[in-house]
Design a protein around this ligand. Structure first.
Ligand SMILES: [Fe+2]
Length: 407
């Protein structure tokens, strides 16, 4: 069972609804209202969600390990190193993939096409935007799925992969529910034995290059705020210690960053024209503080918007390069979740887009220099395993660059 088959899209919020959803916050101050939003209607989706929540109560998550909040290279012996210098083209080139972990032919085809582009473009780093292991994450720290759904398809893309958790990585009884966050700890543990898979903790940052960063990546865990069921482990509840700590960490990390460009990477999008919709109104239903992503929206509004140049997300199996707007404070949302699956071929919402595609498989490249940030979208023909450059967007002004950062 997959959530895609269960929940049809609903109308996204208007600008006014967007602005008044959740509690207004200032940057870095967690908003933790004591009551959830009112369930606006009771229909099939609401009843379904209730049934899913009830089912989740029968399977209590195991205790979670304490997440570290700082990145340290803790990969296996021989782990592929982070690039220390721009490539021969004067840029750091980064492969961006999402929702890839099916183990099916389409994943292998997209990875093969990406491998050719990575070699031509001298890519030195890759990003995996969650749903790394379908349908309900790994069963152990060394599950064979890590080989079949990550290592084998990505063979030859021999760079560090910044991995984030998706809802399918953190599910137990109900695949895709996101109702068992502790399962994500297995993906953290796997990083200790993989040359590619980088996930030193459930959320972390990576400055590049480390000594004098030009770009910094902030990997976040969006799952407990966007799950299709209520969280039953107190640690992972919407107002529990884990999400409070993460929000505080992200605020401090963005503030402290000396990088010219700042990129937040997380599974669930802030804005989205695909069928799942945007944070605060995901899938048109909610269970108290969950499912709609109302608290994730609050975090994006209060901590990320206007402070990061990009938010890279998956979850929707589409390719979207949205435009920065007043709503986002100049932050650009990019959705890149078509590395193994595709969607229904049409836009469901109308957020301004530089380019978007709802039909094809694909991936993106991010190219970073002091002068510009470039996003390239590639579509892939699965039958021939060939990639086509479909669109290129460039921006030259960071949203917020500290004094003394690279120019
Ligand atoms: Fe997802």
């Amino acid at each position: 069972m997959c959530e895609d088959e269960l929940i049809p899209p609903q109308a996204d919020m208007t600008e006014q609804e967007w602005l008044h959803t959740g509690s207004a916050t200032t940057a870095g101050e967690p908003s933790m209202p004591t009551t959830g939003r009112t369930v606006p209607f009771v229909n099939r989706r609401t009843l379904l969600g209730g049934a899913m929540a009830g089912a989740a109560l029968a399977v209590l998550p195991s205790p979670a390990q304490s997440p570290a909040s700082a990145a340290a290279r803790r990969g296996a012996p021989g782990a592929f190193p982070f690039p220390e210098h721009p490539n021969g083209k004067g840029e750091f080139a980064i492969l961006v993939t999402g929702d890839a972990g099916t183990g099916d032919e389409a994943q292998y085809a997209v990875a093969a096409a990406a491998r050719d582009v990575c070699q031509a473009e001298r890519v030195g780093l890759a990003v995996g935007l969650g749903d790394n292991i379908y349908e309900n994450g790994p069963e152990s720290d060394d599950d064979a799925e890590f080989q079949d759904k990550f290592e084998k398809p990505n063979s030859g893309i021999d760079v560090p992969w910044l991995m984030v958790l998706g809802n399918h990585d953190c599910s137990g009884l109900i695949p895709g529910s996101g109702g068992d966050p502790s399962r994500g700890d297995r993906e953290v543990a796997y990083a200790a034995t993989s040359r590619r898979w980088y996930m030193p903790s459930r959320y972390y940052s990576v400055p590049l290059p480390a000594a004098d960063p030009l770009v910094e990546f902030f990997a976040i865990d969006t799952i407990p705020w966007s799950s299709y069921v209520a969280q039953v482990d107190p640690r992972y509840r919407w107002d529990g210690p884990y999400m409070r700590e993460q929000r505080s960490w992200l605020d401090g990390a963005l503030r402290a960053s000396r990088a010219r460009w700042k990129v937040v990477i997380g599974h669930h999008p802030y804005l989205n024209n695909g069928k799942h919709g945007s944070a605060g109104s995901y899938d048109g239903f909610e269970i108290g503080n969950y499912t709609s992503g109302v608290h994730l929206k609050d975090m994006y509004d209060g901590v990320v918007a206007g402070r990061a140049d990009l938010i890279l997300s998956g979850h929707d199996h589409t390719l979207q390069i949205l435009e920065p707007t007043a709503r986002t404070g100049g932050t650009r949302q990019v959705v890149c979740g078509a590395s193994a699956k595709t969607e229904d071929g049409k836009a469901h919402f109308g957020h301004p887009a530089a380019w978007q595609n709802f039909s094809d498989h694909g991936f993106m490249l991010l190219k970073v220099s002091g002068a510009r940030l470039t996003i390239e979208a590639y579509t892939v023909d699965v039958a021939t395993r060939k990639a086509t450059l479909a669109h290129r967007t460039r921006q030259t002004q960071p949203v917020s660059a500290p004094a003394g950062a690279h120019a």
